[in-house]
Design a protein around this ligand. Structure first.
Ligand code: AHR
Length: 325
């Protein structure tokens, strides 16, 4: 008996569906198609838009019915979306938690309804074990480590004796913010040349990246040696501010970014960014494979981290292939 039959009418009004009419669809063996409810954080970055696009494409490739909701950067919208997925009795729920805390109640509701939950991109903290099945997303701590390792090599190659760093972080209490900072700080703490002047919240937004950079330049002026920015969007917001203040990004100030979207890679090729640590948004294939396994009652990997690399002025940047996001 297919449980999701009950709520189609109610939900049609409230959901942004890319479901392609699949809720009742059965394949030639008579099994109904898997329905996956996915709550996306929003559209704050090229990364996020690329991630949504990839998930939509892969749902099509795997013939999975996707109910996609955009939370417009609000946790309460994500919680409401998950409740709608539960009411609709989807087979599997997936979401990218905007912050790490505050999910216990809705996850308990999903568990009571017997619907497995996959974390995509970001992690969360819960008061009890077993409320989610697995995580498919980047190793953000390692990204922070790779950013710091690049900086240490760069300082060596320039013969720097003292390095003043400003950090523009992603959304406070989000997994990438917490772990990119921890990986970076743990690594530079072993190098006595490194000094963090200030860390400031840029919320992963281009506009905030610009605001933060204006403030940092006003406050620290030409003492800034390095900008470590937690994503490309904020970096792209910060660069014009650096130029307006008559500094040359990539030369007067070392610029380190994370994501590796096409726009940032183009700027890396121009020499205005020194290093971009890759964070791939292409998580859709692993998500669909995992959802199918869960529906079939098979065991899944608790953590799937994609392979990621570093793009920098240490290499021939003309050889970097088109990024696709
Ligand atoms: O969680 C991944 C991060 O979120 C990406 O680095 C950022 O661009 C996005 O908004």
């Amino acid at each position: 008996m297919k449980k999701r039959r009950i709520a189609g009418v109610i939900l049609a009004a409230v959901m942004v569906l890319s479901l392609a009419g699949c809720a009742e669809k059965a394949d030639e063996t008579g099994d109904s198609k898997l329905v996956l409810g996915f709550s996306q954080i929003g559209t704050e970055s090229a990364w996020r838009i690329g991630n949504t696009k990839d998930i939509e494409e892969q749902a099509g490739n795997f013939d999975i019915g996707l109910m996609l909701e955009n939370a417009n950067q609000k946790q309460e919208n994500q919680i409401a979306a998950i409740r709608r997925f539960i009411a609709y009795k989807v087979d599997v729920i997936a979401f990218s938690p905007i912050v790490e805390e505050g999910w216990d109640n809705v996850l308990k509701e999903a568990k009571e309804a017997g619907i497995p939950v996959i974390l995509v991109d970001r992690e969360l903290k819960t008061s009890q074990q077993g409320l989610t099945t697995c995580l498919i997303g980047a190793d953000f701590y390692k990204e922070g480590v790779m950013a710091a390792e690049y900086l240490i090599r760069k300082a060596d190659s320039l013969g720097l004796e003292h390095v003043n760093i400003v950090e523009i972080t992603g959304t406070q209490n989000s997994t990438p913010m917490v772990q990119r900072q921890a990986g970076f700080f743990d690594t530079i703490s072993e190098d006595p040349r490194m000094n963090v002047l200030e860390s400031i919240d840029g919320d992963f937004l281009k506009s905030r990246g610009a605001e933060c950079m204006r403030y940092l330049l006003d406050t620290y002026g030409d003492t800034i040696d390095v900008v470590y920015s937690h994503n490309d969007e904020m970096t792209l917001g910060a660069l014009p501010e650096i130029e307006k203040a008559d500094f040359v990004p990539g030369q007067d100030i070392i610029i380190i970014s994370i994501d590796g979207g096409q726009e940032a890679i183009n700027v890396l090729k121009e020499g205005k960014i020194n290093c971009v640590v890759e964070c791939t948004p292409k998580l859709g294939k692993a998500l669909m494979e995992t959802a199918l396994k869960l529906k079939a009652g098979e065991a899944v990997e608790p953590v799937i981290h994609p392979e990621e690399e570093v793009f920098s002025d240490e290499q021939d940047t003309s050889l970097i292939a088109p990024r696709g996001y």
